[in-house]
Design a protein around this ligand. Structure first.
Ligand code: ZN
Length: 238
């Protein structure tokens, strides 16, 4: 089984009527539901309501893939929690940053760039193209799919050069965006996926759910890795 923790800052779904309507139980519960259709995945959720944001060392040690949704409260995640997440990724935990998770502390630390982009809330529709059709994250998906209403994200997206770009987004306002990007850092696999603005129930769309399930499988570590560093005796006699 792949052990997933779905972390959500769980703020706007409690403060804003539109978001509450889109996700009555929060984005984390919607994603958990999307993952529940996969018999190889077991998902727990975590929010800032819990001690240490629900991301204690023990919780992270029992996580194969961490999914992250955050938006306006990135700064409320303690630095030591973010550092703990980064350390686990470097040692093999998969990390999936969704939508505005591009500015989360763990993602920014893992990327090392500003991770900034251009945006607009004008209910554009988005067409997502699978530009890497042989990639496992594209499994079972059509050549492209449409999201009826999505926040517009546009280039330039200040990320390091991805190992692979899997999806390219086009918005009806004219922008394009690298909407699905794969990275490796240390032993960990990282996937950034752009769709999922909180005002529209994008995560309930079947193609989006398929992408997230595929990404969990891709990012899951094949085995437990712990890097060994430091001084090391010579293997050969001199
Ligand atoms: Zn948004």
């Amino acid at each position: 089984m792949i052990r997933v923790t779905c972390w959500n800052e769980y703020y706007k779904e409690r403060m804003d009527e539109t978001c509450k309507k889109a996700y009555p139980n929060g984005i984390h519960e919607a994603i958990k539901e999307v993952l529940s259709t996969d018999e190889h995945i077991i998902c727990r959720t975590a929010t800032p309501d819990e001690p240490e944001c629900g991301l204690t060392q023990e919780a992270l040690d029992a996580t194969d893939v961490l999914i992250w949704w955050g938006h306006i409260n990135h700064h409320l995640v303690p630095d030591e929690v973010a550092a703990r997440v980064v350390h686990r990724v470097l040692n093999g935990m998969g990390f999936i940053a969704l939508h505005s998770g591009h500015m989360s502390k763990p993602f920014m630390k893992l990327m090392g760039t500003s991770c900034d982009l251009r945006w607009r809330e004008s209910e554009d529709h988005e067409r997502l193209w699978c530009v890497n059709p042989g990639h496992p994250i594209c499994a079972g998906l059509p050549p492209y799919f449409e999201i009826p209403k999505e926040e517009t994200y546009g280039e330039f997206f200040d990320i390091p050069k991805p190992d692979e770009v899997v999806f390219l987004g086009w918005f009806s306002g004219g922008e394009v965006f690298r909407s699905g990007c794969c990275f490796t850092r240390g032993a960990g696999r990282i996937f950034y996926f752009q769709p999922g603005h909180e005002s529209n129930p994008v995560y309930k769309q079947k193609e989006v759910g398929q992408v997230i399930r595929n990404a969990v499988h891709w990012a899951a570590p094949a085995f437990t890795h712990t890097a060994v560093f430091g001084e090391f005796a010579s293997l050969e006699k001199k």
